[in-house]
Write a protein that binds this ligand. Sequence first.
Ligand SMILES: [Cu+2]
Length: 341
Amino acid sequence: MNTVSIIVLIVLAILTIVQVMRISEISSSIQGGKDNQVSEKDNDTQGKLLLLVGMGFVISVLVMYWAWGYHSLPAPSSEHGAEIDSLWNLSMLIINVVFFIVQPILFYFGYKYRGKKGTKAVYYEHNNKLELFWTMVPALALAVLIIWGLNVWSGLMMPENEEEPIVIELYAQQFNWTARYSGGDNQLGYATVHEIGGANIVGVDMEDIYSSDDIVTKSLHLPVGKPIKFEFRSQDVIHSAYFPHFRAQMNCVPGSKTYFQFTPTVTTAEIRQNKDVKNHVEEVNGIRAAKGEDLWEFDYVLLCNKICGAAHYNMQMEIIVETEEEYNAWLKEQKTVAETL
Ligand SMILES: [Cu+2]
């Protein structure tokens, strides 16, 4: 369906709703407004429906946890990942405990105190103890989460390095990623959008002394157990580099550089042996085989986590985590920008 017919359809739907409302108003005024009066039976039905919908809602959440809960990510593959997971688990624990206490009570009370003839609402003005309780409890919970979260964050952004991290740039554009390795000097040459042209896809300034040994690639290889410092740039709009398996994410903003550092701890070969990953791959391949499609092999992936345009969903790059020897051998095979530009 093209855009014009969708717009026409929406306009027609709105006009229909307006006409139906007018008809109902006119018929109500003809009957002397009796149509809008809420009867005892209406209140009773609405109260029961509220209870039904509320309980259905709470039960459906339980069913979804049970049916799809195993689809969450496997154990983290980075040094800091366990800490992010602990933060996440505590947040989810608090949210779930509150949810499963408050929601059933809320809907049950809505049902219990549904409108009945002769019943009058209690006029309850103020209670200091109650006010204090429901202010202090959320404030304490939030304080724990925020203080702990800020501590974790500052540890991630200002890591105490025992060894110098490997510097890799990730360049974002609609709709792909390019990696630039800093080469033997571990320093990225200056790059700017004004230098982009021909094979120079990330705009490396060849005049800069750090540029010549930089390596531009379309796949991201990382050595296991080594700290990696990523520097992010974007060519067009705001993107977000998202490494779900490493519990890392950072916005890529046009005109400025952002950073994130982490140490991968599990190689691609090892994560493929992870029980959860194996089950997931088996399930996906069962569906693919039934459709006659090629089988899939698990790979770490870098995704874009900002809705940056029409093909945003497909903005991804494979990440290969390997041993230091494998990584060095791969890096040796790559051409420097001095050789390619
Ligand atoms: Cu994007």
